[in-house]
Design a protein around this ligand. Structure first.
Ligand SMILES: [Cu+2]
Length: 135
């Protein structure tokens, strides 16, 4: 009986971890809409191991409010953007139990800037994406 429970628990943990690969996933693009208060709001879910969406289009010169939600109950995730030249510096960890983190920045320069999860080898498993700054 104990063995059956152990096996069931292991199966449950694997299911909860969502150990599906984020590699070769299709591009899912979302364009921010500018709200009444002149803020572009975007929500991103960090799954194990991919971001949804993985391509985020924002407008230059308009503040961005980015809400990162961890879609996993047991795997901590993060979103990092190192694009200080474009006004985008993000290092937001969405852990457990604080699974949602909101960050704000104002992109200043058009271009494409990569983002990734810096936890363990998650980026290599597919936790990567692109912030596209347009006029
Ligand atoms: Cu991660």
């Amino acid at each position: 009986m104990r063995r059956v429970v152990g096996i069931t628990l292991a199966g449950l943990l694997v299911t909860l971890a969502g150990c599906s690969s984020g590699l070769n996933r299709p591009v899912q693009e979302v364009t921010a809409t500018i709200g009444e208060n002149n803020v572009q709001k975007i929500q991103v879910t960090a799954h194990s191991f991919w971001f949804e969406p993985n391509r985020i289009v924002v407008h230059a010169g308009v503040p961005v409010e980015l809400e990162i939600h961890n879609g996993s109950w047991i795997v901590p995730h993060n979103m990092t953007v190192n694009a200080a030249e474009a006004g985008i510096t993000v290092d937001a960890s969405a852990g457990i139990p604080a699974r949602t983190k909101t960050v704000r920045f104002t992109p200043t320069q058009e271009g494409e800037y990569p983002f990734f999860c810096h936890v363990d080898g998650h980026a290599g498993k597919g936790m990567k994406g692109t912030i596209v700054v347009v006029k």
